[in-house]
Write a new protein. Structure first.
Length: 262
């Protein structure tokens, strides 16, 4: 076995921590981090590029045979670290002690991602990583053609990647400016819907998406800005009963995606 790394000043350890903490480093190095055997296995199964794998002593004792699933290239780049160092790297409680640095996938340009009669979810100023990850995972399950992020939290932050439960590697993702998104929708004749709380909006139950559509979901606290709503072709709302007048962004998106793709 290779020598076990124990120093927090090791260059690879420092890079891993910077990638966890800072979008600038993720963008600059075109890498993001993974923690846990499930996520790393999903990355391997989807042919993602693993630049480096870090495994603790305890992981090796308990699950050492699991490293055999790694591609040969990744196995050669596996480094072993002390349990203490693993605890410093961990962002989850009860960490398994396996981490990886993964290449950011080359997602298609917006013009290629958006097709006529496609079905899309556009997340506008979504800031909660858990919401972002849940929407991506649900979009994968529902068969949405792409998730487009506008002024939202980083798709490749650790909290988002954990929340996607591997769907990040299967789902077509784009980040773009709102103006570019609407221009592409117009070119491809994709009808856009603003999801709003408005009794005058079209009820989701009455929407017909046979020819595809794009639905915009707004910020957790403020919803969609008025200027973005005005750019959409139509407004839709989820009619609710009782005293409930709003839903969590990810919950609302999930309900809409069910109707969008059924």
């Amino acid at each position: 076995m290779q020598q076990i790394i124990t120093s927090k000043d090791n260059a690879t350890i420092k890079l891993y921590q910077k990638l966890c903490a800072n979008k600038k480093y993720r963008t600059e190095h075109r890498m993001f981090t993974l923690e846990g055997l499930r996520l790393i296995t999903d990355a391997v199964n989807e042919n993602a590029e693993l630049h480096c794998v870090l495994a603790t002593e305890t992981f090796l004792k308990k699950h050492g045979e699991a490293l055999d699933f790694l591609p040969e290239k990744a196995r050669k780049k596996t480094l072993f670290i002390s349990d203490e160092l693993g605890e410093k790297l961990a962002l989850t409680e009860g960490t398994q002690g396996i981490f990886a640095m993964c290449g950011i996938p080359e997602n298609p340009p917006l013009s290629d991602a958006i097709k006529s009669e496609g079905r899309y979810i556009v997340l506008h100023t979504i800031q909660d990583p858990g919401n972002m990850g849940t929407v991506i995972r649900t979009a994968d399950a529902m068969g949405v053609d792409a998730v487009i992020a506008v002024n939202s939290c980083d798709i490749y932050s650790p909290k988002v990647t954990r929340s996607t439960m591997g769907s990040l590697f299967r789902m077509k993702m784009c980040t773009a400016a709102a103006e570019d998104v609407f221009e592409e929708f117009r070119k491809k004749n994709v009808t856009s819907y603003a999801a709003v709380i408005d009794s005058n909006a079209l009820s989701l139950a009455d929407c017909r998406f046979e020819k595809g559509a794009a639905v915009l979901i707004g910020n957790e606290g403020n919803g969609l800005p008025a200027e973005i709503t005005a750019m959409c072709d139509k407004k839709l709302t989820i009619c609710m009963h009782g005293n409930v007048n709003s839903l969590n962004a990810a919950t609302a998106a999930s309900i809409i995606m069910w109707e969008l793709t059924k």
